[in-house]
Design a protein around this ligand. Structure first.
Ligand SMILES: *Cc1c(COP(=O)(O)O)cnc(C)c1O
Length: 395
């Protein structure tokens, strides 16, 4: 695309202005990429210079149905004209419909709506304390469950935790991930719940041994401990099944959801089985399950079904990982993943790869320093995957 000289100069000035305002007015908590994004469609995003990128970040495993899925856009538009928010003092049809749809796709029985992953984890922890009458938690090393003071208490990484200690729950025991004996030893009379991601995301796309989650389920049953799965990142087709738990054949007592739930719109949820649940007045959230978020989430679930995105995730994931493993590069330690949740562990910090890829039209991000995490929209095409692999190979 040719741009007249003045035009591109203006755009560059606009970029600079955005970045200047950000550095002046926004708390500098994010190490941002030097990109000003303005549009997206499917697996592609555009910056304000109209340069296109294949998006292997997808808003951090949020845009599973692709950017601005027409079904989600239409649902948001239509709902916004009718009713945006009314509080949970009243019923709305759309919230009831979404609850039914969520129960159907998760295999869980009841749901509580909130607004983010951390809020879902906070609620899950409160609920575990409420129903067990116990207060301690067992969580895994390299876990990530959110940044609020409660969810941080079960998040492992020092740089996230240390400045904010002591934790709310001083009784959290962190155990090595995928180590059954460690769980058995860590559970005490005061353990309310074991909290695990079925695949660790921020911790580096870590996949447990096939029998691990089943064994943990057994130990929890034997000891009367609740099992909480944090499927905030692994949910909604990301790993090649609707939810990752299906691949391990294990049902948790409580499961937290967020990220992809709203097709890009902010939402979170706690789902439970059996008689586990909050009673009247025991938990609340002003915005939780507001009509606009529910409309987006319902449309997103319908889009995943209609476009067969769970199948796409599985097939494209297999294709993607096959190509990545075929690269046989010396600097690659391991390619691992399930569906379209893929980690490439390399021998050195991966920020240079992220820069190179961006300059060549691919958005990537880096978790735990040396793992490139690829979590593209599930609608990514084989051609787009080929392009990403080419760029990675050059990098
Ligand atoms: C992102 C994430 C969270 C936190 O979600 P927020 O919406 O950022 O609060 C919690 N758990 C897991 C597994 C996540 O990936």
């Amino acid at each position: 695309m040719t741009e007249d000289v003045t035009g591109s100069k203006d755009l560059q000035a606009m970029c600079n202005l955005v970045m200047e305002k950000d550095s002046k007015y926004v708390m500098q908590t994010y190490g941002r990429q030097p990109l000003v994004l303005s549009k997206g469609r499917g697996a592609l995003v555009q910056d304000i210079n109209e340069r296109e990128y294949i998006d292997c970040v997808a808003g951090i495993a949020v845009n599973n149905v692709g950017h601005c899925h027409p079904r989600v856009v239409r649902a948001i538009q239509a709902q916004a004209e009718k009713l945006i928010h009314v509080s949970n003092l009243y019923y709305t049809e759309i919230q009831a419909e979404l609850a039914e749809a969520l129960v159907s796709v998760t295999g869980m029985e009841r749901v509580f709506f909130c607004n983010s992953g951390a809020e879902a984890m906070e609620g899950a922890m409160k609920l575990a304390r409420l129903v067990s009458g116990k207060s301690a938690f067992v969580a895994a090393e390299h876990s990530f469950h959110g940044r609020t003071i409660g969810s941080l208490s079960v998040t492992h990484k020092d740089i996230y935790r240390d400045p904010f200690m002591p934790p709310v729950s001083s009784e959290t025991i962190f155990v090595p991930y995928s180590d059954t004996n460690a769980i058995r030893q860590a559970i005490s009379e005061n353990t309310a719940a074991v909290i695990l991601e079925p695949i660790q995301g921020e911790g580096g796309v870590n996949i447990p041994k096939p029998e691990y989650l089943k064994d943990v389920r057994e130990i929890c049953d034997e000891t009367g401990t609740l099992l909480i799965f944090d499927e905030v990142q692994t949910g909604f087709g990301r790993t090649g099944t609707w939810f990752c738990k299906e691949q391990f054949g294990v049902e948790p007592d409580i499961m937290s959801l967020a990220k992809a739930i709203g097709g890009g719109f902010p939402m979170g949820a706690i789902t439970t089985r059996g008689d586990i649940g909050f009673g009247l007045g025991q938990h609340a959230s002003t915005f939780g399950g507001c009509p606009l978020a529910c409309a987006a989430a319902l449309a997103s679930i319908e889009a995943i079904k209609e476009d067969e995105l769970v199948k796409c995730s599985k097939e494209n994931g297999t294709y993607f990982m096959g190509k990545l493993r075929g690269m046989e590069r010396e600097d690659v330690v391991e390619v691992r993943g399930k569906g379209l949740m893929i980690g490439i562990e390399i021998k050195y910090p991966c920020s240079k790869f992220v820069d190179f890829a961006r300059e060549n039209g691919v958005l990537l991000n880096c978790v735990s320093d040396s793992v490139l995490r690829l979590v593209p929209p599930l609608v990514i095409t084989k051609e787009q995957i080929d392009t990403v692999v080419d760029v990675l190979e050059q990098a």
